[in-house]
Design a protein around this ligand. Structure first.
Ligand code: PLP
Length: 376
């Protein structure tokens, strides 16, 4: 076997995010009995810590799958075929959860926006007036494909005025990095993924259901087996998972959550806000334009930047990688070739952003970008 030495890269994509060395070392822990006492201790510690980050009294279940598996679990555990759902979409992940619901037979009523815009609570109110018997509203908290954060608390307040309608939230690229309060805001299903704000590799999704969500679970008729959250809740109560878990990720998560608790939720949120502000400021100082149309909704975990005319996104990203070891994300779906994205979530500090911006400035210059004077 050959020994590979890993060069240091500045991984500035919106997940998987860089994993600190001590967490990487924890991930390499030898296998143990996943039904034994040591692993039960890890499950119990992680489950308890996650509740503090979700800001919930409810169980947070840890599923061995990527974020999309968590979204599928969210849908199939509370809905039934034929249920009407208002699917708020401001980008490709909003479209994804809508298509999961559709795949399982929900009657999806789309509430879609231009990519780059945020959803509005007033529009959600109107959509619920149009579909008064909506069983659920689906919403992406932070749309990773466009770098926009929806006003989730305001949207939740509208949904809560609407009786038993459930609010299902994709918090994959927000939770653990930007504020979200599951119980206080009245969110019914909340899902996130390990490779985003949590500083661990991909492989786990975390999902919690409100009391209303668990009530819906009792009558929900969508088919489910692996993602049956009842099975996960019951196993987790015994310090287990219903199926063989992604143990290595659990080893890392145990330490990651300890480190996050040490840093403190407030400080984590402030750090992400500062990194978001810094990124946007620097991007604009280079003469570039943000995709997000209203900066009040600009994401503090990922920034989407319009690629200047005459510059190819792929050429720019390749140059950043080859000459500066800095990895940016491209655009997804209809934004492919039009934008690039800078991830700033999880393990991220000012130096990471500053060196990214230096590399970006140098690469743009080398590719012939000349900034035009700002219009007044
Ligand atoms: N939802 C959002 C907001 C995301 O950012 C992602 C991943 O980037 C997903 C869902 C899907 O997660 P995964 O790729 O882990 O399945």
């Amino acid at each position: 076997m050959t020994q590979q030495t890993q060069k240091q890269i500045n991984l500035r994509i919106p997940g998987p995010t860089p994993v600190p060395d001590d967490i990487l070392a924890a991930v390499a822990h030898p296998m143990i009995n996943h039904r034994g006492r040591e692993f039960a201790g890890i499950v119990e510690r992680c489950a308890a810590a996650l509740k503090t980050f979700f800001k919930t009294e409810q169980d947070v279940m840890m599923l061995s799958c990527s974020g999309t598996g968590g979204l599928e679990a969210a849908v199939v555990n509370v809905l039934s075929p034929g249920d009407k759902v208002v699917a708020v979409s401001i980008g490709s992940f909003g479209d994804r959860i809508a298509s999961i619901a559709e795949t399982y037979g929900a009657d999806v009523k789309p509430l879609s926006y231009e990519w780059g815009d945020a959803a509005s609570a007033d529009d959600v109110r109107s959509a619920l007036k149009e579909t008064p018997d909506a069983r659920a509203v689906l919403v992406t908290h932070n749309e990773t494909s466009t770098g926009v954060t929806n006003p989730l608390q305001e949207i939740a307040a509208i949904v809560r005025e609407h009786g038993e309608t459930l609010l299902i939230v994709d918090a994959v690229s927000s939770l653990g990095a930007i504020p979200l309060e599951m119980d206080a805001w009245g969110l019914d299903v909340v899902v996130t993924g390990s490779q985003k704000g949590w500083m661990v590799p991909p492989g786990l999704a975390f999902a919690a259901l409100s009391e209303r969500g668990w009530k819906a679970f009792e009558t929900s008729k969508m088919p489910r087996f692996y993602f049956d959250l009842g099975k996960h809740r019951d196993a987790q109560a015994k310090g287990q998972t219903p199926f063989t878990p992604a143990m290595s990720i659990f080893f890392g998560l145990d330490l990651a959550l300890e480190k996050m608790a040490e840093e403190g939720l407030e400080s984590i949120h402030t750090r992400h806000r500062n990194m978001g502000d810094l990124t946007r400021r620097e991007v604009k100082a280079l003469g570039l334009e943000l995709l997000c149309s209203d900066e009040r909704f600009a994401s503090d975990t990922v920034t989407a930047v319009k690629c200047p005319e005459g510059i190819e996104v792929s050429a720019l990203r390749n140059m950043m990688e080859d000459e500066h070891d800095t990895i940016l994300a491209g655009g997804q779906a209809k934004l492919s070739g039009k934008i690039f994205r800078i991830g700033h979530l999880g393990l991220v500090h000012e130096d990471d952003i500053r060196s990214t911006m230096d590399a970006l400035a140098q690469s743009l210059e080398k590719l012939g970008f000349t900034r035009t004077a700002p219009t007044v």
